[in-house]
Design a protein around this ligand. Sequence first.
Ligand code: GLN
Ligand code: ZN
Length: 766
Amino acid sequence: MLPSIHREQALATTHNLGYPRIGAHRELKFALEKYWRGEASRAELTAVGTELRRRHLASQALLDQVPVGDFSFYDHVLDMSFTLGNVPQRARRPGSDALDEYFRVARGSAAHGDCACAAAGEMTKWFDTNYHYIVPEFSADTAFSLDASRLLSQLEEARQSGVRGRPVIIGPLTYLWLGKARDQSDRLALLPRLLPVYRELLRQLAAAGAEWVQVDEPALVTELDAGWRDACARAYEALGGCGVRLLLTTYFGELRENLPLACALPVDGLHIDAISARAEIAAAVRLLPADRILSLGVINGRNVWKTDLHATLEWLEPLHHLLGERLWLAPSCSLLHVPMDLAGEDRLDADIRYWLAFAVQKLEELQVLAGALNKGRAHVQEALVANNAAIARRRASARVHKPEVQQALRKLDASHARRVSRYAQRREKQAAALKLPLYPTTTIGSFPQTAAIREARRRLRRGDLGDDAYRLLMREEIARCVREQEALGLDVLVHGEAERNDMVEYFGQQLEGCAITEHGWVQSYGSRCVKPPLLYGDVRRPKAMTVDWMVYAQSLTEKPMKGMLTGPVTLLNWSFVRDDQPRAATCRQLALAVRQEVLDLERAGIRIIQIDEAALREGLPLRRSEWREYLRWAVEAFGIAAGGVRDDTQIHTHMCYSEFNDIVDAISALDADVITIETSRSNMELLDAFDSFEYPNAIGPGVYDIHSPNVPGRGQIVARMREAARRIPPARLWVNPDCGLKTRSWEEVRPALKNMVDAARELRGG
Ligand code: GLN
Ligand code: ZN
């Protein structure tokens, strides 16, 4: 029976904040890379863009409002820089057009003598996601000028497809917040210059027929000081009266102390991420003036699980009664952060597939929710029943809940997260066992992933190569890699990671409770995509994952062979994570699995084991007040993974970034015997952080920038290590590259490592 109230009920509007742009088959990636290699014309590239936008509009056509301008050839923040005319001078060349300049900022350009010309814009993480944006560059004399062409033409494109498009822009506050002033000047001082350009942009969009404009202000979910909050109020005072209605969007977290500010801004609507800020919605309803739209992000745009539609409706229905047509519904944030479509995931276990929703499915869920609110639940009953069944099945599944994992975890106490003895004692035992020279040399794990290796993996995937034949080929690669390292004279060898496609997926494939998709790509930056594993249930290691490979590698050399594992925090941070228990709990399960692998390696005679935590920093919460708690459980997870070994087994960890100042305490607490880090570009200055905290253990500051094709000279390496030795006692220094070598060629790697080994000899005084 359909209660009549629903027919009279004012309708809730559906909309979306942004769509994945890389293409269901990564069409944009391949088109870009072809264009960059000079194998495709400009026209071919832009045609792919046009076609993708057409398709993406079509798949959102059921929504009441569809975002436009969310498509990007590289990065939406860089797009905004170009829209605002904030283009670094070094990218400008006579005769080059905007797209040339755009890619020059995004990727840098080949150096021709003047190396400033070559510098790409700095890239950094987009809030707490794994997406990276190009940092806007400011200085005291930055001037802005409008180029609305991209947005205007995409708005027109949408109009021609019969879609009511809503341009998406980054708001002035967040735009300034995301950038960096190269001269340390105050970014906020640029606001008076910036606002007229925004006003003109809004006017032009209005003139072109836009009714609404979506203004993204995710900076509002971070801790803002009085200056920024005040700037926010001033900015939106200034943006009124341009002939368009503004939907101010926030996402990725709670607004907290910024909520009253956001609700008071003179805009026409406010979007709040009701997944991460559900608790604030009641307050928002109270604070928001009665003529404003409240848009609720009710579908998780950051994760891949089906929405519990029943529970969501229970919560939404009273809100809908209260707000009527002032209620808008959307995913929590842009769908940029989830894979595009479940269709095609045929190899995925049917059970797990049944629990998932990617971008396409999320918009379907949104339609169901809106249908239930606007027309009554009965109207979408079938969809609701199916959803209910999926939610119930997942909740009760034995694939999710494994008593033996819970039991094993309960047995862990604080002592499991600690090594037996303190570093000073371990150090002596390890020195006696390993007999390494001063300034020992090593690498970070991977060696070049050659065309032959990738081809073998392709053939294995296609079924053209059997498992045994593949293993044999990989063994040959490992043997070659060991021979090369012996010839170079490195002290601690690695097996080279030939058998691994990716440091997270490789382990994800072998762990129970974790599934790997075929096409679940998510953009990381530019044309780069990642395919995060799905951690769906209690994690268990059914059998050893790396031991055979390592034992084989060790059998080929007298030198110590370093075992190579990805740590629990990195496995967690680079995966989609189950939403039915805290991240910390999932991390502990991963830690236990890694611990078992570590112990198996030790038992098999591996004396040095590296546990990579490349993504430890990435998990830091947006708000500083939450860092402590995150670091507490992250450090504990690493401790569980590493803590079981004997004193004379040496644990390494590796982190490839160069910001440690604010987390040095946590890094010390990891208590790895050796940490290797990225330093070659920062001229060893970052070691100041370790120095001032008197970091007690050994450090390998990277001396070879593996992101560059340049081969570092021996003199350069010696100089860098001498610089390091001014801060850290030489007895605790290692010599190694910044990161793994898998993206480089042997032709680059060989001379670079030879110089590294020669440099170490020189440092030893030999
Ligand atoms: N061991 C990995 C490698 O060498 C580490 C990669 C990383 O830190 N991102 O490739
Ligand atoms: Zn690294």
